[in-house]
Design a protein around this ligand. Structure first.
Ligand code: HEC
Length: 147
């Protein structure tokens, strides 16, 4: 039976282990997911994730039964995603890319703050009044360079 052979193999392995140099220390475990920011493969992937949060914010601020806590959570997540635009996925070929990513992050953080404080009207005004600039300017800048 297979199990009977294990002790013999274990003894053999122990002998080999004693006569060989100590193994090198193991590499540290990879950082926990999220430790280095949200998981995303590329900027297009980040944008898809931002869009989901953006729609959640829009629903929360424009529907009668909108939930401001949900808006605050979505805006906080969107801010974290936008941070990748002046970090891992900054596109130096598009003038102002990092600055626009930072501005949009600040906008989402402000939205989160207002929503968390139950300032629905202020959050709505901030969202509706500035979304075109924040989402549009960078897309236009990208198009001017890359078509
Ligand atoms: C800092 C620049 C920047 C900002 C700010 C920005 N975008 Fe984008 N976005 C891009 C670029 C560049 C692409 C094209 C990505 C590609 O195809 O590689 C893109 C593409 C997209 C796409 C298409 C993704 C896909 O491939 O399916 C969506 C949706 C999108 N953006 C939503 C938004 C929304 C909503 C906002 C505002 C909250 C926003 N973006 C703000 C740069 C930006």
């Amino acid at each position: 039976m297979f199990r009977r052979r294990i002790p013999l193999l274990a003894v053999a392995a122990a002998i080999v282990a004693c006569s060989s140099p100590a193994p090198p220390p193991r590499a540290p475990a990879p950082a926990a997911p999220g430790a280095a920011g949200p998981a995303a493969d590329d900027w297009a992937h980040v944008m898809k994730q931002v869009k989901l949060r953006y729609e959640r914010i829009e629903d929360g601020l424009t529907e009668p039964a909108g939930d401001l806590r949900r808006v605050a959570a979505a805006a906080g997540e969107a801010a974290e995603l936008m941070r990748l635009g002046y970090g891992r996925f900054e596109d130096p070929t598009v003038p102002g890319f990092a600055r626009m990513a930072r501005d949009t992050e600040s906008w989402f953080l402000q939205l989160a703050l207002e929503a968390r404080q139950a300032h629905g009207d202020i959050a709505r005004e901030l969202f509706l009044g500035e979304r075109k600039r924040h989402c549009g300017d960078c897309h236009d800048a990208h198009e001017r360079v890359h078509g």
